[in-house]
Design a protein around this ligand. Structure first.
Ligand SMILES: NC(=O)c1ccc[n+]([C@@H]2O[C@H](COP(=O)([O-])OP(=O)(O)OC[C@H]3O[C@@H](n4cnc5c(N)ncnc54)[C@H](OP(=O)(O)O)[C@@H]3O)[C@@H](O)[C@H]2O)c1
Length: 295
């Protein structure tokens, strides 16, 4: 397939490119910048210049392709609600270009969207359309384009890691470095799921190739690692004390990340593994954090 990949220059997108090319697909990658274009060419992809704000640029990229993987996202968390709504508009535009065909659209969400009750693992077939996290806008847009007959699948992500980046944990490391303590909230037994970026890239390819309309997948290799364990490995890496904070102090300490730091986000991928034959093999989150260069 000729695949239009948004977010092609990003952490996950740049791992998806070799995964697709290695399986015989061609990649048309979206980027806003000349530097991004050069990176894409070096990776063996074609370049499509455009951005999330210019929905016509998204439509024209999708129109030139046999399928779309949507990984672009504006990660300015000070504008999170508006950025989630922007993602919804981007999905509507991409879906609009594919309507009336069976060409697949694979969109991105978070595993938290599959959480039915505290303490229970999030599961693939559950979607809480009134979830408090604004990222639900991505899945709601997916539902809306599916209703127009578009073949949409959702890949829900946990903390995606290698030895350089680890999702929200990258920000935890930055806060620990800045404040001189590696903190967790309360007893630190709340858990975050994780997967290695190479396993995540493979899952996007499998979801695209299967193109089963209406499917939701969890790219989860580890169902939940306690935040205390994560804080401890960061503390060792930075050589700073590991400290428990009361919940009321989380906002002051972690800033915008305070809302997430105390959350228990256990997530399962049992159905994904069964349905896609996807079996994660990459290093664990703790191994990648242990092997990271902290300075
Ligand atoms: N990394 C994780 O652990 C994690 C966890 C949960 C969910 N996710 C989701 O997974 C997806 C990929 O994440 P990532 O970590 O790979 O992101 P990333 O490394 O921050 O890369 C973001 C990508 O989005 C593109 N982008 C940003 N703003 C854009 C705009 N206004 N218009 C067009 N493109 C724009 C960038 O392209 P250019 O700068 O080249 O234009 C870049 O390719 C996102 O939806 C993210 O929210 C990631």
């Amino acid at each position: 397939m000729r695949v239009f990949l948004t977010g092609a220059t990003g952490f996950i997108g740049s791992a998806i490119i070799p995964e697709l090319i290695g399986s015989g697909h061609e990649v048309l990658g979206l980027t806003r910048s000349e530097a991004g274009a050069q990176t894409l060419i070096a990776a063996g992809a074609e370049v499509h210049r455009g951005n999330l704000e210019d929905v016509e640029s998204l439509r024209s990229g999708a129109a030139k392709s046999d399928g779309v993987i949507h990984c672009a996202f504006d990660h300015d968390f000070s504008n999170y609600v508006a950025n989630c709504e922007k993602d919804g508009r981007a999905i509507e535009a991409l879906g609009g270009a594919l309507a009336g065909s069976d060409r697949p659209l694979v969109i991105t969400s978070g595993t938290g969207m599959g959480s039915a009750a505290p303490g229970q693992p999030a599961t693939e077939d559950y979607f809480d359309s009134s979830h408090p996290v604004p990222r639900k806008a991505s899945e709601l847009a997916g539902v809306s384009v599916a209703e127009r007959g578009v073949n949409v699948s959702v890949v829900r992500l946990p903390q995606v890691h290698d030895t350089v980046k680890q999702g929200l944990i990258t920000y935890l490391v930055a806060v620990a470095r800045e404040k001189g303590i590696s903190a967790y909230v309360g007893d630190g037994l709340n858990r975050w799921p994780a997967a290695h970026v190479s396993d995540v890239a493979r899952l996007y390819r499998l979801a695209l190739e299967k193109h089963e309309a209406g499917s939701r997948y969890h790219a989860v290799a580890e169902e939940g690692i306690p935040l205390k364990e994560i804080a401890e490995v960061i503390g060792r890496g930075l050589n700073v004390p590991v400290v428990s904070l009361p919940r009321e102090q989380a906002g002051a300490h972690f800033g915008w990340l305070g809302g997430f730091a105390g959350w228990d986000m256990l997530a399962s991928s049992a159905l994904t593994q069964q349905r896609l034959g996807w079996h994660p093999t990459g290093p664990s989150l703790i191994a990648d954090l242990e092997n990271m260069r902290y300075f």
